[in-house]
Design a protein around this ligand. Sequence first.
Ligand code: ATP
Length: 946
Amino acid sequence: MSSALEPGRNRIASPYLKDVETIIRELDTDIGVGLSSAQVQARLSRDGPNELRAQPVKPAWQYFLRQFQDPLVYLLLVAVVINLASWWLMDGRDWPVDALVITLIVLANALLGFFQETRSQRAVATLANLTQSSSSVIRDGAMERIPSHQLVVGDLLVLSEGDSVGADARLVQANALRVLEASLTGESEAVSKNTACPGTEVPLAERSNMVFKGSAIAQGSGVGVVTAIGMATEVGAIAHLLEVTPEEVTPLQKEVRAIGRMLGIAVLLITMVVVVAVLILIPVDTVDDVLSVLLLGVSLAVAAVPEGLPAILSLVLAFGMLRMARNKAIIKRLSSVETLGAASVICTDKTGTLTRSEMTIQQTMTASGKGRVSGVGYAPNGQIDYLGMPTSKGPVHNENVLLLRGGSLAGNARLTQREDGSWVIHGDPTEGAFLVAQRKLDAPVHSTNGFERVAEIPFTSDRKMMSAVVIDHEHNDQRLLFSKGAPDVLLQHCTHIQVGMDVVPLTDDLRARAVANVNELSGAALRTLSVAYRPLTASEDVTTGQPLETALVFIGTVGISDPPREEVAPAIVEARRAGIRIIMITGDHPRTAARIAEDLDIIPAGGRALTGADLDKLDDAALAEAVKSTCVYARTAASHKLRIVDALQAQGHVVAMTGDGVNDAPALKSADIGIAMGITGTEVSRQAAKMILADDNFATIVLAIREGRGILDNIRKFLRYLLSSNMGEVLTVFLGVVGAGVIGLVDEKGAIILPLLATQILWINLITDAAPAIAMGLDPHGEDVMTRSPRKPWDRIIDTRMWIGVIEVGLVMALASLFTIDWLLPGGMIPGDASLVEARTGGFTVLVLAQLFNALSARSESTSAFRRLFANRWLWGAIVLAVALQVAVVHSPPLNKAFGTSALTFGQWGFCLVVASSLFWFIELRKLLLRLKSQKRAKTYIAKRE
Ligand code: ATP
């Protein structure tokens, strides 16, 4: 019924003032079954997606045109126009070859750039799809999880702790619901919500029967009817006030841009010197002469300025992110790839991340004895065998019934049976463990049927306990409170203890025995949970929020096993080898935590955990000292995570930190890489994080770090390649002009001849720049990525050693090319007998081949190129393609004409190949010396230590 909607806007007016029936009627929905699929479809097409101001998509041609937006390209095109004009004025008969060829090359380059840009955008869009937020709704009577942008007005939105609210909704149900609305109201405390109508108009912050898009459920649960979506929501109304997020530029991209700018200036200066020198030294007769020199200058600048670098960098980063996503590590921002490469500490949760979260109650401990729950894993058949010495079968039985039943009643999990007879837990695995253990007892008496849940005090990882109020219909409708939680916490709420059929005061002695039981269980690496209860008196009101969890009767403790994931131990070894520290931060008992940390080799045997309570006693200075050596923190609250991150960062660490709850969001934001859980994490934590583990697995973090390091390595590889190759081009022309006399690049009148033509330089740029560089960006990671210590965040991507290498390689490349020209030309140091065109073709070909050899060697700074020589098939593809194109340019008559080349003999090709390969041998020799030097250094170091 669209009439209830405000005209032109996908929302209804003032829903908070209307009662639930009116809303339901106006929105034509149903509180029980929600909307039907047909209704949803109709509304989706009527109102559009639930999005805040969709960015208008730029048409492709705009991206294509953007490729030409470069002052150097403008200059080149101006030169082309002048060239055309002069051709027109002169005779206009022959083809204006240079102008045509240059135009074609500029077009080809633009196409290449366009291709790179669209590919990396597509990759980023794919990733954005993976991280979009989702909401739970009831449609057609069934609950489903949908991407939040598919919400429509009238949808029945189901809210639970940690959800991010996907649209504005009028609450129809609220249980202890508290919502964080800071993004709308600026209020940082969570506010309580209910379903009552305020009666009169009130400001936004007081509309307590509404939840708003962009807020987060801090606690409790609820159901609401969606009343507004997209720009019609309250946050949509202020969307124009929200800052438009600027396009992200990562530190690495900044550095690369700066390098690009610096090189640009250097190249322009050199080019100007060359042009001026040539203009002075060459007898300039015609406009054409001047033009060809200028054209060479501009072409050189276009070729040598690494203007394509940023685009290649984005592409390589985006491809890296896609590869990581395939490996279950979803990165939300390009910059995180770099940060991952520098990570020096991983702070990880225990439960579910290091462990499998397959919780099985193995033991029970009550005042009357110890029990072992038999039966494997989830299979609910088995029984409790008593290991202790029960005074009689009856009482022990009573305590265990109470323990497991109480634990089940004080939880929200459900157990359902599949058709094949197996059982499935829905909800928290810890809570499911109680249900399963109860079934293992396999007697109807243990069932929780007959109890009606009337209230709940929810679990939070800060409180570490939860309670439920139930009515026991089989026993005079007696109201009972059942609590379960961390034993140390729960015991503080207890004044009595169940012993057999009796309730006796919890004396110091009995309390000490209960604590000893807990210690025994946690010492065996079991997760411990205790259960307590209390009959409520008739006068106690469960709705007013008066404290109910007092004077409880302690029943006993269960020991739950949660085995480590298999992949975790090897991942920890790998991380350690890579110089990364692992820190476990858990809400679990310190002994359990320490035992598991010991098993996983995070701490040495006998190591201890620091507890949240210990941390609270430390001031910042003491904490700074403590974090240097502590690797296990237990019984922590979310606020402790934040302190630990801050302390580690203050010591220069780059911290990766996992988190899953709403309260973890600040720590996730504060960490260098906040990591959320894709399966069990809350929506809020996923939004605060920079990386999401699709499989909740610790090993995936280490894998992502390996990828991050590998990508940084690859970026260094193609930077090394591109910069040295460009250097080679500039130096060939520069030294060719400066040393023209020496190598014979002079005509009969003694005037300088240019070593390469403008079109040749542009050709080299076209075939040897982008493709090999991108291929290098996709290079398989070296074996050593995880054997070095993490890169320091302040380390430059190109260090002095690399710069020296770039200059050396460029120099050798230029010398090889000029040597070939000298060899072939009649004059110079080595008199040859070839024509100028042949000599130039030789020098040109050597320059191309040398760059391809450089591509093979640039894959590592010190490892031999022969190691895994054929590992990168993309690179070989790029090389083969470039060689084929070069053969074509040398041997096809139309291309000869276009590029001023002529066919080379077989012998000349062989000569070019040998000369070009000298660069390869030079680099490999350089690497060998480097390796020998570092070996020697290592030996002296060891000798000194001994
Ligand atoms: P991690 O922080 O590594 O995920 P964790 O899951 O053990 O560890 P929390 O969820 O904060 O951390 O749990 C802390 C303690 O609270 C547990 O050791 C357990 O004793 C208790 N606990 C856990 N889940 C529940 C629950 N559903 N109800 C009551 N108590 C619980």
